[in-house]
Design a protein around this ligand. Structure first.
Ligand SMILES: [Zn+2]
Length: 237
């Protein structure tokens, strides 16, 4: 029985270590996600900028089309003017031409603004592409480091699992089942140290008779309060 208790104690030690290794792996996965998210966000920003440039370029093309139409109108009106007979008609066409010229001048102004805007956005895009390339390289390196850490921890976990296997094959299935269930119910701790008449798992006082029987070490005794399997340790450590 003492031997089994010792084995259970070793098993719990291994299981708690595996729990903590898995926690470390989880937080590394979290960091890895964060690193990758940073790159995703930067790529999205770069793509947004590119679509903004495309949009301004399209607006500029549309305005150029309008300008060409306006200029064509002006040319047509001017050539029309030569055939005009009455002063009234002449004035009307004159007003049309003036309005069209005003419109054309406004469009030219808008197109110039778009040219400037596109130039500025392209400059931004070039800068962003450079920093994105840097970020991609940096992300690959950092992700690689995190993955290496995760895989190193996995090796430790695998080694612990092998040790665990070695122990569990010597323990009866019913005991293992009880241990597993207790671990699930008691936040990973199926065993508790008994010392000075107390269960250190739940800090409750143990009945004296039960506590005394722990000294014999010939049976497996559970704490009546938290049901953990008790291990007598009279000294700290
Ligand atoms: Zn207890």
């Amino acid at each position: 029985m003492k031997k089994r208790l010792e084995m259970l104690e070793q098993l719990q030690e291994i299981d708690l270590r595996i729990d903590s290794l898995k926690n470390s792996q989880n937080s590394l996965h979290g960091e890895l996600n964060g690193i990758e998210q940073g790159l995703v966000a930067a790529r999205e920003e770069a793509a947004e900028l590119d679509s903004r440039i495309a949009q301004v370029e399209q607006e500029k093309t549309e305005q150029e089309g309008l300008l060409a139409t306006e200029q064509e109108n002006i040319r047509r009106s001017e050539s029309h003017m030569k055939e005009i007979k009455t002063n009234k008609e002449f004035q009307a066409i004159g007003r049309e031409i003036a309005a069209a010229r005003k419109q054309a001048a406004e469009l030219e102004e808008q197109i110039l603004q778009k040219v400037g805007q596109i130039e500025q956005l392209r400059g931004e895009s070039t800068g962003r592409s450079a920093s994105l390339a840097e970020l991609e390289q940096n992300t690959a390196q950092r992700s690689g480091e995190k993955l290496a850490e995760i895989s190193a921890i996995q090796q430790d976990i695998d080694a612990d699992l092998a040790r665990r296997e070695e122990i569990t094959k010597h323990l009866p299935a019913s005991l293992l089942k009880r241990y597993t269930l207790l671990r699930e119910q008691r936040r990973g701790q199926a065993l508790a140290i008994a010392r000075d008449g107390y269960c250190l798992g739940c800090n409750m006082n143990l009945p004296p008779q039960l506590y005394n029987s722990l000294f014999r070490g010939d049976e497996m005794i559970s704490c009546p309060h938290c049901q953990r399997v008790l291990i007598l340790k009279q000294q700290a450590g």
